[in-house]
Write a protein that binds this ligand. Structure first.
Ligand code: FEO
Ligand code: CA
Ligand code: CA
Ligand code: CA
Length: 712
């Protein structure tokens, strides 16, 4: 084993997923989800209450082609859209110099070698990139977003000040070209959650925060839009000068009003005292991954929203099963470690406002090119712990969104629009396309296996040499009608997890980012880990061919190929190209590539593609006890499976984003929760990234010093 592959005695994880994730991450990000029984108690697939018998029986339980690049960037998720018409008008303008052009999302395809030298695993409190590369911090928590924002003062933060400054814990990153040149862009990113202990000087307990600090924390959730400019002709980008930021915008959980769309908008299930229409919701919560649409908007998933609600003990008995299925506590007014936001806003109290919780858990769509537009929550895409959504245009013109529900033993979904995309860049075309996600069919994935009898839970490959099989998209809603006996369409869309239970969907190992590769048009999902699989603690199913390891600490990558290349179809094949971990671990697999040359990887979370179709993977909670990082591999040709580590993030941080420019000159990544280690605080930071004082989440850009494309 060479130096880069040695397992390092590094920062110890004391969290619950068996990795390096700290207990602080578990508390603040997902309210200790792994401490609770997996909320999927359905009996589809294998039977949770038969696990012990099954484990005994098996005796295997282990612990353990499109057009040329037109502009500088790819919406890696978007797929190619024909036509390179004039760009859309920006705010207050009718000319073509501003706005979004579909040409910007075209991909070039073809093999491109990833020639960078991999960096070794490490625990440095730094952002580490390969030799010959450099990086900059483009924006960090507290920086001005809305012109006129007050200077950042962590000791005096208010809801109002934070509503104009860059939010906390940046996750998804999109960078959309602005105008016709190659030198301006809009950065759009999510702010998933807050670490109050790392944000406020003198922090002692959540209870001791002032009301204004609570409002600042609420406002630090949401999204940001920030205009960028290229530095010279390099791969470096920076925030534009103050006073020249017409697109800049903060979307917050505190005050931004969202419009509900789709079949469940206006339903009784979404009505509250404050909003008797059931169509207007204040805020978005726990926005995790996302995607760029071919019409130049950004999708974002509301993920662990359950943790923000209190008073679940006081809801009517008949409402409790649905709350439990989503991990909302129904046994205590204040679940352990509750943020208790109800003290500044009663809508977070379910006893008083039982329907407010139904207004979160959606895919939201924002139009960064129209800063005055109301962001929307699309009910047609279902309600769960949405990791994100990524869209591809099917050959027949319908748009298809692929989505994961990030919970142990939860499901993968797809949405197929009822309308077809309107080609071109006219104002009219874009107006049409902005409605594509408001109506369509919703499906959940059911898998079948080629080698089921040979799966022993160790990760040992079956004799046919592949974890693979076939699958069916089970319809939940089709042609506007319910496909679940006894359920209305509104019920299916609001209580999607239970509807999917009813049809027998396949339980997966925490489906995170699910994204179409714009070059080979297959779908890739990060299944991050599931230490409860095959154990008695989590009511979980046993290993199966698609989730081939019990006590899955390191996760794997899932590849889905729609039959006949038809993304709107009902059947598919699938395979597991990468089983993560230390390559010296016999349970790992890297497309058959020589494992002595592969970088160790653990807990894949986000996936992205460069314009050549190479797969980029970022990690969260590295169970090999190195810092988290970003990796890349080719998916075809002789280098397929040669996974190499491209960067690591500072101590305690997770790597999010990522987003690769189509010209391959810049890799953008989000550094989330630096210094999020047990015992750390604002005053005693475990990381001083990026400025040498206290830890701040931020967005970085990485480029090659010689100006050539990254990776090739
Ligand atoms: Fe926010 Fe599923 O990661
Ligand atoms: Ca097989
Ligand atoms: Ca994630
Ligand atoms: Ca992604």
């Amino acid at each position: 084993m060479n130096e880069s592959r040695r397992r390092l005695p590094l920062l110890g994880g004391d969290g619950h997923s068996g990795g390096s994730r700290s207990s602080m991450t578990c508390l603040y990000r997902c309210a200790n989800a792994c401490d609770h029984p997996a909320p999927n108690t359905s009996s589809n697939e294998y039977f949770g209450d038969q696990i012990e018998a099954e484990v005994t029986r098996r005796g295997v339980l282990k612990a353990g082609s499109a057009g040329a690049i037109a502009l500088g960037f790819a919406g890696a998720t978007a797929g190619a859209v024909a036509g390179a018409a004039p760009a859309f008008a920006g705010p207050g303008e009718s000319g073509a110099a501003e706005g979004f052009s579909t040409a910007a999302l075209e991909t070039s395809g073809g093999p491109a070698a990833l020639t960078f030298s991999p960096i070794p695993p490490n625990t440095l409190d730094n952002l580490v990139v390969p030799n010959g590369y450099d990086h900059n911090v483009i924006i960090r928590w507290g920086d001005e977003v809305v012109p006129g924002a007050p200077d950042f003062d962590p000791a005096a933060q208010t809801g109002a000040s934070q509503s104009t400054q860059f939010g906390y814990n940046n996750d998804f990153v999109a960078v959309l070209p602005l105008g016709r040149g190659h030198d301006r862009a809009l950065l759009v990113c999510n702010h998933e959650y807050t670490n109050e202990n790392l944000m406020f000087p003198g922090f002692t307990t959540l209870d001791a925060l002032s009301d204004e600090q609570v409002k600042a924390a609420i406002a630090a959730h949401g999204m940001s839009v920030v205009e960028l400019e290229r530095v010279g002709r390099t791969g470096q980008w920076q925030v534009v000068d103050r006073g020249r930021r017409p697109y800049n915008r903060r979307i917050t959980a505190l005050s931004t009003v969202f419009a509900m769309t789709g079949p469940a908008a206006g339903s009784a299930l979404l009505k509250t005292a404050a909003d008797p229409t059931g169509r207007k919701v204040v805020g978005t919560l726990n926005n995790c991954a996302g995607g760029v649409t071919p019409w130049g908007t950004v999708l974002s998933g509301e993920e662990n929203w359950n943790q923000y609600f209190v008073g679940g003990d006081g809801v009517p008995e008949e409402a409790k099963a649905a709350l439990n299925r989503y991990g909302v506590s129904t046994t205590a007014r204040y679940p352990a470690d509750s943020r208790k936001w109800d003290r500044v806003d009663a809508r977070f109290d379910l006893t008083a406002n039982p329907n407010e919780v139904n207004r979160f858990g959606w895919i939201v769509e924002i139009d960064p090119f129209d800063p005055d537009s109301a962001p929307r929550k699309h009910t047609a895409l279902g309600r769960f712990k949405h990791e994100g959504a990524n869209v591809i245009v099917a050959d027949n013109g319908h748009v298809v969104a692929y989505m994961g529900d990030d919970e142990r033993f939860d499901y993968m979904y797809k949405f197929v629009s009822s309308k077809k995309i309107t080609r071109g860049d006219s104002y009219w075309a874009r107006k049409q396309n902005l409605t594509l996600l408001e109506s369509g069919d919703l499906y959940v994935a059911k898998l079948d296996f080629t080698s089921a009898a040979e799966i022993d839970g160790t990760g040992k490959l079956p004799t046919d040499g592949a974890f693979n099989g076939t699958g069916t998209w089970l319809p939940l809603v089709k042609d506007g009608r319910s496909m679940v006996t006894g359920w209305t369409v509104e019920q299916i869309l609001v209580f999607t997890r239970q509807a999917a239970d009813a049809v027998g969907a396949t339980k997966m190992d925490r489906p995170e980012d699910v994204e179409p590769n714009p070059v080979n048009r297959k779908i890739y999902a990060a299944l991050t880990n599931n230490t409860a699989r095959g154990t008695t603690t989590g009511r979980g199913a046993l290993a199966d061919e698609a989730n081939p390891r019990n006590a899955n600490k390191h996760g794997h990558i899932f590849e889905l190929t729609e039959d006949g290349g038809d993304h709107t179809g009902a059947t598919f094949t699938w395979a597991i190209p990468i089983v993560c971990g230390d390559p010296a671990d016999p349970s790992t697999f890297f497309m058959g590539y020589d494992k002595t040359k592969v970088s160790p990887i653990s807990c894949p979370d986000n996936v992205a593609f460069d314009s050549k179709g190479n797969l980029w993977i970022s990690t969260d909670g590295n169970a090999l006890l190195s810092n988290d990082g970003l990796f890349a591999t080719a998916l075809s040709g002789p280098e397929a499976g040669h996974l190499k580590q491209f960067l690591t993030v500072p101590r305690g941080a997770e790597t999010c984003g990522p987003f690769i420019a189509t010209d391959n000159k810049t890799v953008f990544a989000a550094v989330q929760h630096p210094g999020e280690l047990t015992g750390a605080s604002f005053d005693k930071p475990a990381s001083t990234w990026p400025d040498g004082d206290y830890s701040k989440p931020g967005i970085v850009g990485v480029w090659r010093l010689d100006g050539k494309p990254v990776g090739s």
